[in-house]
Design a protein around this ligand. Structure first.
Ligand code: GAR
Length: 221
């Protein structure tokens, strides 16, 4: 569904589980005036996520919703929805958030939740994407920004960036090169959304009203 922006400057809530380098890229893009939006809250499901410190340093409120304190996935997701909706965001950004959602949550945020995944989706959904790409001996790897649906890492793709695999690559070297691309394409896609250019309607992504191909747009550096 097309989401009307409720606030003059779009409000974003970011969910993290770890280092928060994608969160940092978003904070930097906002600070530099590249994206006109505010981050209202950064939520982590784990108290020791380093990204929480990045947010605090930038003066952004943080909150831990620790999944270990909830008896079920449903109860955890109910609390997440409560905490997120309290901020009335136009967009929810998953930036290395490593929990699987219930359909109740993904349906609730249909068309207004984005994720970045370290592979060229639909290849290598799930975890350990770089190891699996090397095992599969692919020539090209990369990163994808997609809308979140109930299918894990399976929502409609917005933007992808190709990263050539090198003969000497280890999972760590490949991950590091992919991460550089993540930091470029995620702010671009978020900017498009905040400008009202990017929409999801009936599982079809549109950009400026034009339907995107299944693989989304290809980022050209
Ligand atoms: C990123 O590589 C992101 O694509 C990945 O976790 C990392 C988080 O890094 N996300 C997933 O695997 C989600 N399925 P960051 O905390 O430094 O942004």
């Amino acid at each position: 569904m097309h989401q009307q922006t409720l606030h003059q400057v779009p409000r974003i809530v970011v969910l993290i589980s770890g280092g928060g380098s994608n969160l940092q890229a978003l904070m930097d893009a906002i600070a530099q005036g590249v994206i006109d939006a505010t981050i209202e809250l950064v939520i982590s499901n784990t108290p020791d996520a380093k990204g929480l410190l990045r947010a605090s340093k930038a003066g952004i409120p943080t909150q831990v919703v620790n999944h270990l304190e909830y008896s079920s996935r449903e109860a955890f997701d109910r609390e997440l929805i409560h905490v997120i909706d309290d901020k009335q965001p136009e967009l929810v950004v998953l930036a290395g958030f490593m929990r699987i959602f219930t359909p109740q949550l993904t349906d609730h945020y249909h068309g207004r939740m984005l994720n970045i995944h370290p592979s060229l989706l639909p290849l290598f959904k799930g975890t350990n994407t770089h190891e699996r790409a090397l095992e599969a001996e692919v020539d090209q790897h990369g990163a994808s920004v997609h809308f979140v649906t109930s299918e894990l890492d399976g929502g409609p793709i917005v933007l992808q960036s190709l990263v050539p695999v090198l003969g000497e690559d280890s999972p760590a070297t490949l991950a590091a090169r992919v991460l550089v691309h993540e930091h470029i394409i995620y702010p671009i896609a978020i900017k498009w959304f905040c400008e009202g250019r990017l929409n999801l309607s009936h599982d079809q992504v549109t950009m400026d009203g034009q339907p995107l191909p299944a693989q989304g747009l290809a980022f050209q550096s």
